[in-house]
Design a protein around this ligand. Structure first.
Ligand code: ZN
Length: 108
């Protein structure tokens, strides 16, 4: 594991918070009476693939956060690395976005 316990705890907290934010928005979107729109997702940095609905984008983002959390909890070395080239994303970038899974050369 590349991160000490303090950093790992902070990253985990950040992942849980992000998951909570996304889950709350997803629940809102599911209720059908929400103010969840593309603009809000963009502001949160939630991407997605062309043609995805708001709910699908939220679900997709949530799944990715969860899979990152599982890697972190398993102390898997893949956590904090780009999914494509395996470059280390660095503690600084992960501090800002613990759910990051791509380097800048491999955006979604
Ligand atoms: Zn990469």
């Amino acid at each position: 594991m590349r991160f000490d316990d303090t950093v790992t705890r902070r990253l985990r907290r950040g992942l849980l918070d992000r998951g909570m934010t996304l889950a709350t928005l997803l629940a809102e979107a599911m209720s059908g009476r929400s103010g969840v729109d593309e603009r809000r997702l963009t502001a949160l940095g939630v991407g997605g693939k062309p043609g995805m609905t708001l709910r699908e984008k939220l679900r997709w983002a949530l799944d990715r956060v969860e899979s990152r959390r599982r890697l972190l909890d398993a102390r898997d070395d893949a956590y904090g690395r780009c999914e494509v080239c395996h470059a280390d994303l660095g503690e600084l970038a992960l501090g800002e976005m613990p759910w990051a899974d791509r380097c800048r050369n491999h955006p979604d």
